[in-house]
Ligand binder design. Structure first.
Ligand SMILES: Cc1ncc(COP(=O)(O)O)c(C=O)c1O
Length: 389
Protein backbone atom coordinates (compact mmCIF):
# COMPACT_ATOMS: atom_id res chain seq x y z
CA UNK A 1 0.00 0.00 0.00
CA UNK A 2 1.36 3.42 -0.97
CA UNK A 3 0.92 6.46 1.22
CA UNK A 4 -0.76 9.51 -0.25
CA UNK A 5 1.72 12.14 -1.48
CA UNK A 6 0.33 14.42 1.19
CA UNK A 7 1.16 12.01 3.99
CA UNK A 8 4.45 10.84 2.50
CA UNK A 9 5.69 14.43 2.34
CA UNK A 10 4.93 15.16 5.98
CA UNK A 11 7.39 14.58 8.80
CA UNK A 12 6.39 14.70 12.46
CA UNK A 13 6.90 17.80 14.59
CA UNK A 14 10.62 18.18 15.28
CA UNK A 15 9.95 19.81 18.65
CA UNK A 16 7.74 16.98 19.81
CA UNK A 17 10.29 14.45 18.52
CA UNK A 18 13.07 16.10 20.52
CA UNK A 19 10.87 16.34 23.59
CA UNK A 20 10.09 12.63 23.25
CA UNK A 21 13.81 11.79 22.90
CA UNK A 22 14.47 13.79 26.08
CA UNK A 23 11.70 11.91 27.92
CA UNK A 24 13.11 8.59 26.74
CA UNK A 25 16.56 9.57 28.01
CA UNK A 26 15.03 10.55 31.35
CA UNK A 27 13.23 7.20 31.52
CA UNK A 28 16.61 5.50 31.12
CA UNK A 29 17.73 7.18 34.35
CA UNK A 30 19.51 10.37 33.23
CA UNK A 31 18.72 13.67 34.87
CA UNK A 32 17.47 15.41 31.73
CA UNK A 33 16.59 19.11 31.65
CA UNK A 34 13.95 19.43 29.00
CA UNK A 35 14.00 22.89 27.45
CA UNK A 36 12.79 21.53 24.13
CA UNK A 37 9.11 21.81 24.65
CA UNK A 38 7.02 24.90 25.39
CA UNK A 39 5.08 23.37 28.22
CA UNK A 40 4.48 25.25 31.48
CA UNK A 41 5.52 23.18 34.49
CA UNK A 42 2.52 24.44 36.50
CA UNK A 43 -0.66 22.56 37.34
CA UNK A 44 -3.77 23.59 35.46
CA UNK A 45 -5.71 26.11 37.60
CA UNK A 46 -7.74 24.67 40.47
CA UNK A 47 -11.05 25.80 38.90
CA UNK A 48 -10.22 23.89 35.72
CA UNK A 49 -9.37 20.70 37.61
CA UNK A 50 -12.53 20.96 39.71
CA UNK A 51 -14.68 21.66 36.67
CA UNK A 52 -13.17 18.65 34.89
CA UNK A 53 -13.86 16.35 37.86
CA UNK A 54 -17.42 17.65 38.17
CA UNK A 55 -17.98 17.19 34.42
CA UNK A 56 -16.94 13.54 34.62
CA UNK A 57 -19.22 12.94 37.58
CA UNK A 58 -22.16 14.77 35.99
CA UNK A 59 -22.88 12.05 33.48
CA UNK A 60 -22.97 14.71 30.75
CA UNK A 61 -19.77 13.65 29.04
CA UNK A 62 -21.35 13.29 25.61
CA UNK A 63 -21.01 14.72 22.13
CA UNK A 64 -21.35 18.50 22.04
CA UNK A 65 -22.12 20.59 18.93
CA UNK A 66 -19.23 20.23 16.48
CA UNK A 67 -18.26 23.88 16.93
CA UNK A 68 -18.25 23.48 20.72
CA UNK A 69 -20.60 24.19 23.61
CA UNK A 70 -22.67 27.32 23.07
CA UNK A 71 -21.84 28.61 26.56
CA UNK A 72 -18.11 28.30 25.88
CA UNK A 73 -18.47 30.00 22.50
CA UNK A 74 -20.37 32.83 24.21
CA UNK A 75 -17.69 33.17 26.86
CA UNK A 76 -14.89 33.07 24.29
CA UNK A 77 -16.63 35.70 22.16
CA UNK A 78 -16.94 37.97 25.19
CA UNK A 79 -13.41 37.44 26.51
CA UNK A 80 -11.67 37.63 23.11
CA UNK A 81 -13.68 40.75 22.22
CA UNK A 82 -13.13 42.54 25.55
CA UNK A 83 -9.39 41.89 25.48
CA UNK A 84 -9.12 43.53 22.06
CA UNK A 85 -11.81 46.19 22.35
CA UNK A 86 -13.91 44.63 19.58
CA UNK A 87 -17.19 42.80 19.55
CA UNK A 88 -17.71 39.15 18.64
CA UNK A 89 -20.72 36.86 18.81
CA UNK A 90 -20.73 33.09 19.42
CA UNK A 91 -21.23 32.63 15.66
CA UNK A 92 -17.72 33.99 15.20
CA UNK A 93 -16.22 31.26 17.40
CA UNK A 94 -15.29 27.62 16.86
CA UNK A 95 -13.94 25.70 19.82
CA UNK A 96 -11.14 23.47 18.55
CA UNK A 97 -9.16 20.54 19.93
CA UNK A 98 -6.14 22.83 20.39
CA UNK A 99 -4.62 25.97 18.91
CA UNK A 100 -2.72 23.71 16.52
CA UNK A 101 -6.01 22.28 15.40
CA UNK A 102 -7.56 25.73 14.98
CA UNK A 103 -4.60 26.73 12.80
CA UNK A 104 -4.71 23.66 10.59
CA UNK A 105 -8.45 23.85 10.10
CA UNK A 106 -8.29 27.57 9.37
CA UNK A 107 -5.75 26.83 6.63
CA UNK A 108 -7.93 24.05 5.23
CA UNK A 109 -10.76 26.56 5.05
CA UNK A 110 -8.73 29.24 3.25
CA UNK A 111 -6.02 27.70 1.10
CA UNK A 112 -6.59 26.51 -2.46
CA UNK A 113 -3.99 24.33 -4.22
CA UNK A 114 -1.07 26.49 -5.30
CA UNK A 115 -1.94 29.43 -3.03
CA UNK A 116 1.00 31.09 -1.39
CA UNK A 117 1.07 31.92 2.32
CA UNK A 118 3.66 34.28 3.77
CA UNK A 119 5.41 33.18 6.96
CA UNK A 120 7.61 35.50 8.99
CA UNK A 121 10.63 33.66 10.39
CA UNK A 122 11.75 32.83 12.92
CA UNK A 123 8.46 31.04 12.91
CA UNK A 124 6.84 28.13 14.73
CA UNK A 125 7.78 24.99 12.78
CA UNK A 126 4.28 23.60 12.27
CA UNK A 127 3.12 26.50 10.08
CA UNK A 128 5.11 25.31 7.05
CA UNK A 129 3.82 21.78 7.36
CA UNK A 130 0.23 22.92 7.85
CA UNK A 131 0.29 25.26 4.84
CA UNK A 132 1.72 22.54 2.63
CA UNK A 133 -0.70 19.93 3.93
CA UNK A 134 -3.54 22.28 2.97
CA UNK A 135 -2.13 22.37 -0.58
CA UNK A 136 -0.43 25.76 -0.36
CA UNK A 137 3.15 26.96 -0.61
CA UNK A 138 4.87 28.66 2.32
CA UNK A 139 7.12 31.62 1.50
CA UNK A 140 9.40 32.97 4.21
CA UNK A 141 10.06 36.69 4.56
CA UNK A 142 13.09 37.34 6.76
CA UNK A 143 12.98 39.95 9.56
CA UNK A 144 15.00 43.15 9.45
CA UNK A 145 18.75 42.64 9.83
CA UNK A 146 20.26 43.38 13.25
CA UNK A 147 19.04 40.40 15.21
CA UNK A 148 16.04 41.93 17.00
CA UNK A 149 13.55 39.94 14.86
CA UNK A 150 11.59 43.10 14.07
CA UNK A 151 9.51 42.53 10.92
CA UNK A 152 10.59 43.82 7.54
CA UNK A 153 7.32 45.38 6.41
CA UNK A 154 8.72 46.51 3.07
CA UNK A 155 10.06 42.98 2.47
CA UNK A 156 6.64 41.54 3.30
CA UNK A 157 4.89 43.79 0.80
CA UNK A 158 7.51 43.08 -1.86
CA UNK A 159 7.00 39.32 -1.41
CA UNK A 160 3.29 39.51 -2.23
CA UNK A 161 2.51 38.05 -5.62
CA UNK A 162 -0.59 37.03 -7.59
CA UNK A 163 -0.87 33.73 -5.72
CA UNK A 164 -0.49 35.16 -2.22
CA UNK A 165 -3.63 34.49 -0.23
CA UNK A 166 -2.61 35.46 3.26
CA UNK A 167 -0.07 35.86 6.03
CA UNK A 168 0.48 34.01 9.32
CA UNK A 169 1.51 36.10 12.31
CA UNK A 170 2.56 35.08 15.82
CA UNK A 171 2.86 37.74 18.46
CA UNK A 172 4.37 37.25 20.97
CA UNK A 173 6.57 35.06 18.83
CA UNK A 174 7.61 31.50 19.35
CA UNK A 175 10.64 31.13 19.10
CA UNK A 176 12.08 34.68 19.32
CA UNK A 177 9.94 36.17 22.10
CA UNK A 178 9.53 39.25 19.88
CA UNK A 179 6.36 41.21 20.59
CA UNK A 180 4.99 43.16 17.65
CA UNK A 181 4.66 46.89 18.40
CA UNK A 182 1.57 48.92 17.53
CA UNK A 183 3.48 50.39 14.57
CA UNK A 184 4.43 46.90 13.35
CA UNK A 185 0.81 45.76 13.56
CA UNK A 186 -0.57 48.90 11.90
CA UNK A 187 1.94 48.54 9.06
CA UNK A 188 1.06 44.88 8.54
CA UNK A 189 -2.67 45.60 8.61
CA UNK A 190 -2.31 48.27 5.96
CA UNK A 191 -0.49 45.76 3.74
CA UNK A 192 -3.18 43.14 4.33
CA UNK A 193 -5.93 45.61 3.42
CA UNK A 194 -4.09 47.00 0.39
CA UNK A 195 -3.63 43.53 -1.07
CA UNK A 196 -6.91 42.04 0.01
CA UNK A 197 -5.30 39.23 2.01
CA UNK A 198 -6.37 37.29 5.08
CA UNK A 199 -4.30 37.22 8.26
CA UNK A 200 -4.11 34.31 10.65
CA UNK A 201 -3.12 35.84 13.97
CA UNK A 202 -1.86 33.23 16.41
CA UNK A 203 -2.29 34.94 19.78
CA UNK A 204 -1.77 31.94 22.03
CA UNK A 205 0.91 33.87 24.00
CA UNK A 206 -1.03 37.18 24.08
CA UNK A 207 -1.06 37.46 27.88
CA UNK A 208 2.55 36.37 28.32
CA UNK A 209 4.22 39.76 27.82
CA UNK A 210 6.93 41.26 30.02
CA UNK A 211 9.20 44.23 30.46
CA UNK A 212 6.43 46.74 29.68
CA UNK A 213 5.62 45.14 26.32
CA UNK A 214 1.99 45.24 25.22
CA UNK A 215 0.16 42.82 23.03
CA UNK A 216 -1.56 44.33 19.97
CA UNK A 217 -4.00 42.35 17.90
CA UNK A 218 -4.60 43.10 14.22
CA UNK A 219 -8.31 42.49 14.88
CA UNK A 220 -8.34 45.73 16.89
CA UNK A 221 -6.89 47.80 14.02
CA UNK A 222 -10.21 48.50 12.26
CA UNK A 223 -13.52 46.90 11.40
CA UNK A 224 -12.06 45.98 8.00
CA UNK A 225 -9.15 44.16 9.67
CA UNK A 226 -11.43 42.42 12.14
CA UNK A 227 -13.12 40.92 9.07
CA UNK A 228 -9.80 39.77 7.61
CA UNK A 229 -8.30 38.38 10.82
CA UNK A 230 -8.60 34.80 11.97
CA UNK A 231 -7.70 34.88 15.63
CA UNK A 232 -6.25 31.76 17.24
CA UNK A 233 -6.57 31.27 20.99
CA UNK A 234 -5.63 28.39 23.25
CA UNK A 235 -5.62 27.11 26.82
CA UNK A 236 -2.23 25.36 26.71
CA UNK A 237 0.09 28.23 27.62
CA UNK A 238 -1.84 30.76 29.71
CA UNK A 239 -3.62 28.13 31.79
CA UNK A 240 -0.89 25.46 31.70
CA UNK A 241 -3.49 23.13 30.16
CA UNK A 242 -1.36 21.47 27.46
CA UNK A 243 -2.82 18.01 28.03
CA UNK A 244 -6.42 19.21 28.02
CA UNK A 245 -6.11 20.14 24.33
CA UNK A 246 -8.25 23.22 24.00
CA UNK A 247 -8.10 26.07 21.52
CA UNK A 248 -10.38 28.27 19.49
CA UNK A 249 -10.72 30.12 16.23
CA UNK A 250 -12.42 33.52 16.16
CA UNK A 251 -13.24 34.82 12.68
CA UNK A 252 -16.09 36.04 10.48
CA UNK A 253 -19.28 34.01 10.66
CA UNK A 254 -18.60 32.70 7.16
CA UNK A 255 -15.13 31.40 8.03
CA UNK A 256 -16.21 30.12 11.45
CA UNK A 257 -19.06 28.19 9.82
CA UNK A 258 -16.68 26.67 7.26
CA UNK A 259 -14.22 25.65 9.99
CA UNK A 260 -17.10 24.23 12.02
CA UNK A 261 -18.14 22.15 9.00
CA UNK A 262 -14.58 20.90 8.47
CA UNK A 263 -14.39 20.02 12.14
CA UNK A 264 -17.74 18.25 12.09
CA UNK A 265 -16.56 16.01 9.26
CA UNK A 266 -12.88 15.51 10.10
CA UNK A 267 -12.63 15.34 13.87
CA UNK A 268 -16.05 15.88 15.43
CA UNK A 269 -16.76 17.88 18.51
CA UNK A 270 -14.03 18.79 20.98
CA UNK A 271 -13.72 16.98 24.28
CA UNK A 272 -16.58 17.87 26.64
CA UNK A 273 -14.51 17.67 29.84
CA UNK A 274 -11.85 20.01 28.48
CA UNK A 275 -14.44 22.47 27.19
CA UNK A 276 -15.98 22.76 30.63
CA UNK A 277 -12.55 23.16 32.22
CA UNK A 278 -11.53 25.86 29.69
CA UNK A 279 -14.77 27.74 30.26
CA UNK A 280 -14.20 27.81 34.01
CA UNK A 281 -10.87 29.61 33.41
CA UNK A 282 -12.36 32.10 31.00
CA UNK A 283 -15.34 32.97 33.18
CA UNK A 284 -13.15 34.62 35.78
CA UNK A 285 -9.39 34.81 35.93
CA UNK A 286 -7.97 31.88 37.95
CA UNK A 287 -5.90 33.04 40.92
CA UNK A 288 -2.89 31.07 39.66
CA UNK A 289 -2.49 33.04 36.43
CA UNK A 290 -0.92 36.31 37.66
CA UNK A 291 1.74 34.58 39.84
CA UNK A 292 2.52 32.21 36.96
CA UNK A 293 3.12 35.11 34.57
CA UNK A 294 5.33 36.80 37.20
CA UNK A 295 7.29 33.57 37.59
CA UNK A 296 7.86 33.31 33.82
CA UNK A 297 9.24 36.84 33.94
CA UNK A 298 11.71 35.89 36.70
CA UNK A 299 12.87 32.90 34.66
CA UNK A 300 13.15 35.10 31.59
CA UNK A 301 15.54 37.41 33.44
CA UNK A 302 17.59 34.46 34.72
CA UNK A 303 18.04 32.99 31.25
CA UNK A 304 18.65 36.24 29.40
CA UNK A 305 21.28 37.31 31.97
CA UNK A 306 22.83 33.85 31.92
CA UNK A 307 23.09 33.73 28.13
CA UNK A 308 24.50 37.23 28.08
CA UNK A 309 27.14 36.21 30.62
CA UNK A 310 28.14 33.43 28.25
CA UNK A 311 28.50 36.00 25.46
CA UNK A 312 25.52 34.65 23.55
CA UNK A 313 23.44 37.14 21.60
CA UNK A 314 19.86 36.87 20.47
CA UNK A 315 16.62 38.80 20.23
CA UNK A 316 15.50 40.15 23.64
CA UNK A 317 12.51 38.00 24.58
CA UNK A 318 9.65 40.20 25.81
CA UNK A 319 6.90 37.65 25.40
CA UNK A 320 6.11 33.91 25.35
CA UNK A 321 8.70 31.76 27.21
CA UNK A 322 11.62 31.16 24.88
CA UNK A 323 15.16 32.44 24.48
CA UNK A 324 16.67 32.16 21.02
CA UNK A 325 20.40 32.97 20.94
CA UNK A 326 22.67 32.73 17.92
CA UNK A 327 24.99 29.81 18.75
CA UNK A 328 26.48 29.27 15.30
CA UNK A 329 30.05 29.94 16.41
CA UNK A 330 29.87 26.78 18.50
CA UNK A 331 28.48 24.48 15.79
CA UNK A 332 31.91 23.40 14.46
CA UNK A 333 33.14 22.92 10.91
CA UNK A 334 30.48 21.46 8.61
CA UNK A 335 28.05 20.95 11.46
CA UNK A 336 24.72 22.62 12.08
CA UNK A 337 22.28 23.52 14.86
CA UNK A 338 20.78 20.03 14.77
CA UNK A 339 24.20 18.46 15.42
CA UNK A 340 24.85 20.99 18.18
CA UNK A 341 21.57 20.20 19.96
CA UNK A 342 22.16 16.46 19.59
CA UNK A 343 25.67 16.80 21.11
CA UNK A 344 24.35 18.99 23.92
CA UNK A 345 21.66 16.44 24.75
CA UNK A 346 24.15 13.58 24.71
CA UNK A 347 26.88 15.35 26.70
CA UNK A 348 24.85 17.30 29.24
CA UNK A 349 21.34 15.84 29.06
CA UNK A 350 20.06 19.29 28.11
CA UNK A 351 17.30 19.22 25.49
CA UNK A 352 16.88 22.24 23.19
CA UNK A 353 15.56 22.79 19.66
CA UNK A 354 17.70 23.74 16.65
CA UNK A 355 16.77 27.03 15.00
CA UNK A 356 16.51 25.31 11.61
CA UNK A 357 13.09 24.08 12.77
CA UNK A 358 12.02 27.74 12.87
CA UNK A 359 13.74 28.92 9.69
CA UNK A 360 16.67 30.44 11.65
CA UNK A 361 19.52 27.94 11.29
CA UNK A 362 22.10 29.86 13.37
CA UNK A 363 19.97 29.82 16.51
CA UNK A 364 18.96 27.40 19.25
CA UNK A 365 15.69 27.64 21.18
CA UNK A 366 15.58 27.29 24.96
CA UNK A 367 12.14 27.06 26.55
CA UNK A 368 12.18 28.58 30.04
CA UNK A 369 8.78 27.14 31.00
CA UNK A 370 10.66 25.03 33.57
CA UNK A 371 11.42 25.76 37.23
CA UNK A 372 13.95 28.52 37.94
CA UNK A 373 16.54 26.25 39.64
CA UNK A 374 16.43 24.03 36.54
CA UNK A 375 16.99 27.08 34.32
CA UNK A 376 20.08 27.91 36.42
CA UNK A 377 21.30 24.32 36.28
CA UNK A 378 20.76 24.33 32.49
CA UNK A 379 22.93 27.43 32.17
CA UNK A 380 25.70 25.71 34.17
CA UNK A 381 25.49 22.67 31.93
CA UNK A 382 25.53 24.85 28.83
CA UNK A 383 28.60 26.73 30.07
CA UNK A 384 30.42 23.46 30.74
CA UNK A 385 29.47 22.17 27.30
CA UNK A 386 30.59 25.33 25.48
CA UNK A 387 34.01 25.04 27.12
CA UNK A 388 34.47 21.73 25.29
CA UNK A 389 33.76 23.28 21.85
C1 LIG B 1 2.85 29.73 18.30
C2 LIG B 1 2.14 28.50 18.73
N1 LIG B 1 0.91 28.27 18.25
C3 LIG B 1 0.21 27.18 18.60
C4 LIG B 1 0.74 26.26 19.47
C5 LIG B 1 -0.06 25.03 19.79
O1 LIG B 1 -0.69 25.03 21.00
P1 LIG B 1 -1.72 23.87 21.38
O2 LIG B 1 -1.14 23.17 22.56
O3 LIG B 1 -3.00 24.55 21.69
O4 LIG B 1 -1.83 22.99 20.20
C6 LIG B 1 2.02 26.44 19.99
C7 LIG B 1 2.62 25.44 20.89
O5 LIG B 1 3.79 25.39 21.14
C8 LIG B 1 2.72 27.60 19.62
O6 LIG B 1 3.95 27.84 20.09
Amino acid sequence: MELSQRAAGLSGSATLRLAAAAKEMAASGRDVINMAVGEPDFHAPRVAREAAHAAIDSGRVKYTPAAGLLSLRQTLARVAGEARGVSYSPQNVVVCHSAKHALSHALLALVNPGDEVLLLPPVWGSYDAQVEFAGGTATHVAPLPGGSCAPDLKGIEAAIGPKTGGIMLTTPCNPSGYVWSKEDIDGLCEIVLRHNLWLISDEIYARLVFDGAEHHSPAAHSEAMKERTLLVEGASKLYAMTGYRMGALVATEKVAKAVGNIQSQLSGCPNYISQVAYESCLESEPEEVAPMIAEFDRRRLVITEGLERLGLKGPTPRGAFYAFPDMSRYFGEGRDAGDFCADLLEAEALATVPGSVFGAPNHVRFSYAIAEPRVREALDRLERFLKTR
